[in-house]
Design a protein around this ligand. Structure first.
Ligand SMILES: Cc1cc2nc3c(=O)[nH]c(=O)nc-3n(C[C@H](O)[C@H](O)[C@H](O)COP(=O)(O)O)c2cc1C
Length: 581
């Protein structure tokens, strides 16, 4: 459930918020923002024990702050920080990752202390520059780079892409042997006990957090664990929950064994790219998002930071391949390309993209070579010639989903097949299939991106306020437009007058394809398309998202509704089995 930007405003906070400040090592202080009553994370992740957002101050000859906090702590956090340090004396803000619960106060801090240099991975800095619309000093770092603060605090950065977010890195202070990990090794547990003294209290939340945030990227977790192996770590200063010191071996072993089990069990797609060129990072992130929606694991491989043996091994074992070609100005990749071509095999599917390409496109001959080897093309080559937009992101996400669906073609999310549901006994399958519904087209538009799907799993779910619920398969294109706060239209189809609409919306659209071409629509007040031929429509706002097996149940309140034909009847949908809609 990784999302690059989930920057929607939090609802006004009514829960108990407190602060805890403590010295954790020489010249090193933690500011823990304790959010005692928070009961949701990423909308769908239910919390039992609140959470904390931990920020750290290191004072060598230079002063560095590591991560900030959630915007709901604006006043409390900034007052506390001021009491600890003159803000004009802070030299660096190290951003281990940019999710709003840690970066929510960066803009405020830069207003108060414009001299600060923001240090982060390339993706993190790009992301912040898109969010904070004014210049600020930056320093981009990658794995192995160092920042000596003086006074014995020599910081080393370890990149950990995809450990929940693509921009994640870890910061290691070799002077104090503290490893600052932000989300990694975290847990949502709010308590004013600073350290992990009683693991039995924490284990369930540690596991839940791993499963929700880290498990989907188990291979990336293993790669990050390998990178931190040579470091002598005295404590892990996480961004959520207690800091880990007393049972370090146990916590690390959990991450290793859970990730290993997960990585062995699941098919994965190897995504080869060159991070330093063009907009590959962003493209790779969107493709990865689309793959993850189908439950497919992703292994990211930056071709400038790997060796041919690793590339061969991954190519041979992956269920699918994505290859991002850099512009021709980039270093020669011929040896690596030859390795991939030699190890690829016909049981795989391939997708290619190219960033900053010139007039001649070597990507098409390359696609042909993979086709000649018998690989199935999951999506047509994506050519990125100018800065990516929201529409590019969506196109790449849908391309990733297409590849993921191919990899999982017999998996639980595939509703395209009509095979019997082997997980159910016949009676249950058929009884479930007797649940009948109406037929609807859900339409949504967010910025420049629009989408639609035929839906039958729709019910009225509340009378006051008027509310509905729609079950949306996790791999649907429209799914990413149905997060909390997003708006959409539920178009009700009319009995005897829906076949052409049903046929149209069931077409297999290419990634980024216009789903409304040839369909008469007009804009709802909320901006989403209303089908001119709908019997009725409701304008809805998604407020809750519940994970329900292979679907998300989207609960939405309806604000506006209209019936176009007062005498018309809703199209009714009867089935005989539960293994298809
Ligand atoms: C009768 C019928 C009802 C459907 N109802 C739903 C539904 O309620 N939820 C859902 O996620 N998909 C439903 N689908 C599947 C999608 O409408 C369909 O697969 C979709 O057009 C594919 O879109 P995609 O490219 O986003 O995967 C239904 C399909 C049919 C044939």
């Amino acid at each position: 459930m990784v999302v690059l930007t989930d920057l929607r405003q939090e609802p006004p906070c009514t829960g108990r918020l407190t602060l805890q400040t403590a010295a954790i090592a020489p010249d090193s202080t933690v500011i823990r923002c304790l959010d005692w009553d928070r009961d949701r994370f990423d909308i769908e992740f239910e919390l039992q024990n609140g959470t904390t957002y931990n920020s750290f101050l290191i004072r060598g000859e230079k002063t560095a702050l590591i991560d900030t906090s959630h915007s709901k702590f604006r006043t409390l956090y900034l007052e506390e920080l001021r009491s600890l340090v003159d803000l004009a004396q802070i030299d660096y803000l190290i951003v281990n990752h940019t999710e709003p619960d840690h970066s929510g106060l960066i803009s405020d801090l830069l207003d108060l202390a414009p001299q600060i240099t923001v240090v982060g991975s390339k993706v993190a800095i790009q992301f912040l520059q898109n969010q904070i619309h004014r210049p600020f000093a930056t320093r981009t770092v990658k794995s192995g780079d160092r920042l000596d603060l003086g006074g014995g605090h020599d910081l080393e950065f370890v990149s950990a892409p995809n450990l929940h977010w693509p921009d994640t890195m870890l910061t290691y202070d070799s002077g104090t042997q503290v490893l600052y990990t932000c989300d990694v090794f975290g847990l949502h547990y709010c308590d004013d006990t600073l350290y992990d003294e009683t693991p039995s209290l924490l284990e369930a939340d540690f596991r839940l957090y791993y499963d929700c945030l880290m498990g989907p990227n188990a291979r990336s977790v293993l790669a990050a664990l390998k990178r931190i192996e040579p470091l002598t770590v005295d404590q892990i200063a996480t961004g959520h929950g207690p800091l880990l010191r007393h049972h370090l071996t146990q916590w690390r072993e959990h991450y290793r064994s859970w990730s290993q089990a997960q990585a062995q069990a699941e098919p994965f797609v190897a995504l080869f790219y060159v991070g330093e060129y063009g907009h590959s990072d962003r493209i790779v992130h969107s493709l990865g998002q689309g793959l993850l929606k189908t439950g497919t694991a992703v292994e990211l491989v930056d071709l400038l930071n790997t060796d041919v043996h690793a590339v061969r091994e991954l190519t041979m074992t992956a269920a699918g391949l994505v290859l991002g070609m850099p512009p021709q100005t980039a270093p020669d990749l011929e040896p690596i390309l030859s390795t991939i071509l030699a190890a690829a095999h016909p049981k795989q599917s391939i997708g290619l993209f190219e960033t900053g390409g010139g007039q001649d496109e070597p990507i098409f001959p390359l696609r042909n070579r993979f086709q000649d080897l018998g690989l199935k093309t999951a999506f047509e080559p994506i050519l990125i010639k100018s800065a990516p937009t929201e529409a590019t992101d969506k196109l790449c996400e849908e391309a990733g989903t297409d590849l993921g669906q191919w990899v999982n073609r017999d998996g639980p999310l595939s509703h395209r097949s009509q095979k019997p549901n082997s997980a159910l006994n016949v009676g249950l399958d058929q009884a479930l299939g007797r649940l009948s519904t109406g037929l609807y087209i859900v339409t949504a538009k967010k910025g420049a991106v629009s989408s639609a799907m035929l839906a039958s799993w729709v019910i009225q779910a509340s009378a006051q306020p008027p509310g509905i619920a729609v079950a949306v398969s996790k791999d649907r294109a429209i799914e990413s437009l149905l997060h909390g706060g997003d708006t959409f239209v539920l178009n009700v189809l009319e009995e005897g007058h829906y076949q052409h609409l049903m046929k149209h919306f069931l077409k297999r659209f290419p990634p980024g394809g216009d789903r409304f071409e040839g369909i008469a629509t007009y804009a709802a007040e909320n901006g989403s398309p209303i089908l001119a031929e709908a019997l009725a429509y409701l304008e809805c706002t998604a407020t809750h998202r519940l994970e329900a097996g292979d679907h998300w149940v989207i609960y939405a309140t309806a604000r506006v509704g209209r019936v176009a034909k007062p005498d018309g009847l809703t199209a009714v949908h009867h089935r005989k089995a539960s293994n298809h809609y």
